[in-house]
Design a protein around this ligand. Structure first.
Ligand SMILES: Nc1nc2c(ncn2[C@@H]2O[C@H](COP(=O)(O)OP(=O)(O)OP(=O)(O)O)[C@@H](O)[C@H]2O)c(=O)[nH]1
Ligand SMILES: [Mg+2]
Length: 190
């Protein structure tokens, strides 16, 4: 079922971020991990651009959801093909967002279930912990794994993340959507 949600704006620098207000959920992860797809599946709408070309989302895109939440779709990191100056520019926006956004209530840290933690993911995780930003981990593209591979992936992810929320998600089947919504409501205090 579609959730009332609308695109608010696209910001390439902090001055363009919308005013703080509603609790915000940010979607973070490497390029191509499925951030925009997750956002679309959660809202049941094609609000965010998705693409098989990594680096599709190059700005922070804000969406208002049910008049109760803001979703922020962030540019992916770890996209080696982006020119250095461009990737540094994105990094600056992400840093500014994560450091200063007071209404940020929850970060969804997405990992490709086939790859688990990559160095850049672990760096982000450490950063979130250092700055005491609440986060939950979503393992994406679980439809690409069989049960044995999923068990191995779970074990590997848990090696660096013992007990926090870990949700298995597939944009194809919709697996995990209910749990992700439950986590969002729980962590945004609604
Ligand atoms: N099989 C499968 N494919 C997925 C899933 N989620 C995303 N994809 C595909 O992976 C590609 C990247 O998805 P996006 O949602 O655009 O990824 P993103 O993280 O927003 O990427 P950037 O904006 O580049 O950072 C697209 O081709 C999607 O269709 C999933 O759960 N299962
Ligand atoms: Mg995207």
């Amino acid at each position: 079922m579609a959730t009332p949600a609308e695109f608010l704006l696209s910001a390439v620098e902090p001055a363009q971020f919308p005013p703080e207000g509603l609790p915000e959920v940010a979607f973070l992860g490497r390029s191509n991990v499925g951030k925009s797809t997750l956002l679309n599946v959660l809202t049941g709408r094609k609000l965010a651009f998705t693409s098989s070309t990594p680096g599709r989302t190059q700005a922070v895109n804000f969406f208002r959801v049910q008049d109760r939440l803001i979703f922020a779709d962030l540019p992916g990191y770890g996209f080696a093909k982006a020119p250095k100056s461009v990737s540094r520019g994105w990094q600056g926006v992400i840093d500014a967002y994560l450091l200063r956004r007071e209404s940020l209530a929850l970060c969804m840290l997405l990992l490709d279930a086939r790859r688990g933690w990559m160095d850049s993911d672990l760096q982000l995780k450490q950063w979130l912990e250092y700055h005491q930003r609440p986060y939950a981990v979503v393992a994406t593209k679980v439809d690409k794994l069989n049960q044995k591979e999923k068990n191995a992936s779970q074990k590997a992810i848990r090696e660096h993340y013992e007990s926090g929320d870990l949700i298995w998600f597939s944009g194809l089947s919709g697996q995990g959507v209910k749990e992700i919504w439950q986590t969002i409501w729980k962590k945004t205090g609604q």
